[in-house]
Design a protein around this ligand. Sequence first.
Ligand SMILES: [Fe+2]
Ligand SMILES: [Fe+2]
Length: 282
Amino acid sequence: MNQVEKIRIQIQTLKKLPTLSHSAERILRLTNSELTHLDELINIIENDPPILSKVLSLANIICLGYSGPITNLKDALFKIGFNNLKNVALSISIFSLFKVSGQREKTYKRLFKHSVATGIISKYIAEEFLDIRDESSFTAGILHDLGLFALHHLYYEAFLKIENLVITGKNITEAENEVIDLDHSIIGKWLAEWWGLPEEIGEVILYHHEDPGKLDNKYRRNIALIHLANYVAEKIGYGIYDGGRESVFYESGVYSLLTLPEVGELVNHIKSEIPLEEINIL
Ligand SMILES: [Fe+2]
Ligand SMILES: [Fe+2]
């Protein structure tokens, strides 16, 4: 059995990979039909108080402060819509599976903030510049580093070794391969498959560090968007590593697929428009 196979089995069984919480399972089973599932979604969130408060905080950031604070689920539904509310609740329930305390909390917080920032930036770019109003941009953005959460949760020592290599200038994928013989994109894709997340989310997770211009994949525009949002999040201070970059940015690949303002302009615009400093650790 090779190292990759060993880790896959460890992640799947030996290391007690968190199974989805009851709330997350139920949310995932809801279809995108507001008509049939509205009451059920409200019921799941209301009966899970830790999720409820986090969902409301995140809904407020998504709304970008355009229209008064969201203080209850009815407001949230009205302002961000059923599908966004559903995806926010799902992401929050997934992240809470990986929550840690003590020494590891600092790195967990960085991962959390980076993920939320990437989700919000993806959604913002999609709606503001690409006229895409499809909630998968937000979900794929917020969950793109799912594999890093698992790595952090199950192999903290390896996570730190990788972090040190990245801080000294190594590319994350190379650093991960050096330490564990595989990378967080693959781990994230495994998780997405085991949990039955939508295919598009799994594909974005798997390819988010590759040059989107060279991909032959039906989701490559969304992959390009998340690749870009990941970079922008880092540029405005929401990176995972203190002093090291998570990714190589394939600018021409992104711009061959998406028509957008020049990247420096985009970074400045997002920095001034999105109140990311309001992301608390939920
Ligand atoms: Fe990543
Ligand atoms: Fe990332």
